[in-house]
Design a protein around this ligand. Structure first.
Ligand code: ATP
Ligand code: MG
Length: 564
């Protein structure tokens, strides 16, 4: 294990340092706001893309805190921006969360379901003199937003209440084109916090919404809709990532100034960043649209759909989130730590199998041509309940190309003329040479087996250093194997100073056709996972693998190849 991974893995303080737990515990002890209430959180994804591992961190915290305090967690689709939201994402998100093992029960909501109430609260603000209809264009608003030392201005700030009420009603009725008016909260044009300088809380947008259709042509901004949704659902603690910290005063202002039925509280935690990847739906979408990857579920993507397809298990991902902890300080977690968590889980649970990715024929010259035999091997030496299976052995086998060297390199212990090697679980063989074509390429390797070493056990006193895997060529099944590597060549493609599209790793996907698998894998079902001996963990691709045309994804290597 690399030092870097060790440091994260041994972050035992992750649990005890969970400041959100402390915060909620203290909050409950104070009584008042949450008196008599269960801890109630929510996970609020925007259905404009699929969940990535950053969202998974957030939802593990939301569902996890509710679970820890014996409370409840709602799922709320944050669908206040009609142009990018789609029903297909709603379904994908729900499926992802269930796959992880979390459930929202009957507490399934949509921000759009509160549009009417949200509108009424906006009217309430206008009536209280706390909101006004503004006519500045976005450009003008920018020009007039002031500086650090000078306040923003708006010539419409003192528009009479009646006029704002009338205009807002007509905005809703569809009398104006997009951008003509906005509704702004009247807070503090001189505030040191930009979000408090009379933020826009409603805008005109003639667009069809995935749920409300054409019912609305004005939509509330996130900063207004979110606290209202939280309050209507009696959320006690609204947990979100750190970029919302500066929005908290506005969140509190909304909750304090409209007559919502409860007073939720926002708590922020650090966003998850992972090296060699980007965690932003906008960037991920761009990579899909430009064809860098094949879709949200391309196994190289940091989305949950992709990780699932790649062979990640719910346990490995939940462990990952648990171990990285809930810090307040942003940090970059190595991608290799995610892989470490997967390896830990698969090592315990994956069925072992033999597969050859770069095949070359090994002929056992003293083994009768018409003979075949069977060996019984354990499915998983780590798990005595995993059972056994049979594999066949005959005169011609497939082995990995690099398990033979005509002239051995220093310390090379596998097949070379004169050397003895164990064929895993079968026999000890002695290499006798190879055959080459006109161009000097090795086309076959030769060896003789020792019938006295059945099971791969050397004779007494005999030393055999190398062990290699193999597949019987008589019964082997063909497969395509896809090898994945990091999608980016730099550790921080997400940083503002880097153009992530300029540092895509051209070798992030290597497709190997003509791979040879042991016969039993012929009926591997999509999603079935295995440890291919000496090679890594692989799973049958859930989209492309079919009986007779198997496709396997490499989930993760056996060891971290970057720390070697
Ligand atoms: P993106 O920037 O990728 O589009 P988002 O925040 O706009 O993300 P949402 O669907 O609104 O996407 O996010 C749902 C929840 O997930 C929010 O509460 C947000 O705080 C949280 N979240 C998003 N990205 C991360 C991350 N990298 N780490 C932790 N939490 C995150
Ligand atoms: Mg968002």
């Amino acid at each position: 294990m690399s030092e870097e991974i060790k440091a994260v893995a041994e972050n035992e303080s992750a649990e005890s340092n969970n400041f959100i737990k402390q915060f909620i515990t203290e909050d409950l002890a104070q009584g008042g706001r949450c008196e008599g209430m269960k801890v109630h959180t929510r996970f609020p994804p925007e259905p404009n893309g699929c969940l990535h591992i950053g969202h998974v961190k957030a939802l593990c915290i939301d569902f996890g805190m509710a679970e820890y305090f014996g409370g409840l967690c709602n799922l709320r689709m944050d669908d206040t921006n009609p142009t990018k939201e789609r029903e297909e994402f709603v379904e994908a998100i729900k499926d992802d969360i269930h796959w992880l093992g979390y459930d929202w029960g009957d507490r399934y909501h949509f921000a759009s379901a509160y549009f009417e109430q949200t509108y009424e609260y906006a009217v309430e603000l206008i009536k209280k003199g706390l909101a006004y209809v503004c006519e500045l264009t976005p450009e003008q608003m920018k020009e007039m937003r002031g500086t650090h030392d000078t306040p923003a201005t708006s010539p419409y700030r003192d528009r009479p209440i009646e006029e704002s009420l009338d205009l807002f009603e007509r905005m809703r009725a569809g009398e104006f084109e997009d951008g003509k008016y906005t509704l702004r909260a009247k807070i503090d044009l001189a505030s040191g916090n930009w979000n408090m300088r009379d933020p826009v809380i409603y805008r005109i947008k003639h667009a069809t919404h995935h749920r409300t259709g054409n019912e609305w042509c004005i939509y509330p901004m996130y900063d207004f809709a979110h606290p209202i949704g939280d309050a209507l659902e009696h959320i006690t603690h609204s947990l979100c990532s750190l970029e919302y910290e500066d929005h908290r005063p506005l969140y509190d202002w909304v909750v304090d100034n409209v007559s919502v039925p409860s007073k939720p509280r926002q708590i922020e935690f650090a966003r998850l960043n992972i090296d060699y990847t980007v965690l932003s739906k906008r960037k991920l979408r761009n990579m899909i649209e430009t064809g860098v990857v094949s879709g949200w579920d391309d196994p190289r993507m940091p989305t949950l759909l992709a990780l699932r397809r790649r062979g990640y298990t719910p346990a490995s991902i939940r462990n990952f989130c648990e171990k990285i902890g809930v810090a307040k300080n942003p940090s970059i977690v190595p991608w290799s730590f995610l892989e470490y968590c997967l390896r830990e889980d698969l090592n315990e649970h994956a069925t072992r199998a033999m597969a050859v990715i770069n095949p070359i024929k090994l002929v056992i010259t003293n083994y009768p041509e018409d003979q075949s035999e069977k060996f019984v091997i354990e499915n998983n030496p780590q798990d005595e309940n995993a059972g056994t299976r049979e594999i066949t052995f005959s005169r011609e086998l497939w082995i990995e190309e690099d398990d033979f060297m005509e002239v051995p390199a220093k310390k090379y212990q596998r097949l070379y003329p004169g050397n003895k090697v164990r064929l895993k679980s079968a026999y000890i063989v002695t290499c006798t040479g190879c055959k080459k074509d006109e161009d000097g390429n090795i086309v076959e390797v030769y060896a003789e087996y020792d019938p006295e070493t059945r099971g791969g056990n050397p004779r007494e006193g005999e030393k055999v250093r190398g062990t290699i895997h193999w597949v019987d060529s008589k019964t082997a099944v063909d497969a395509q194997v896809r090898l994945f590597d990091r999608l980016f060549t730099v550790p921080d493609p997400d940083s503002a100073s880097v153009d992530y599209m300029e540092c895509i790793n051209p070798n992030s996907l290597i497709v190997k056709d003509n791979c040879k698998l042991e016969a039993g894998l012929a009926d591997a079902k999509p999603g079935d996972g295995f440890q291919f001996l000496r090679l890594g963990y692989f799973c049958a691709d859930s989209k492309d693998s079919k009986p007779g045309a198997l496709v396997f994804n490499r989930s993760v290597e056996l060891k971290d190849s970057y720390s070697k």
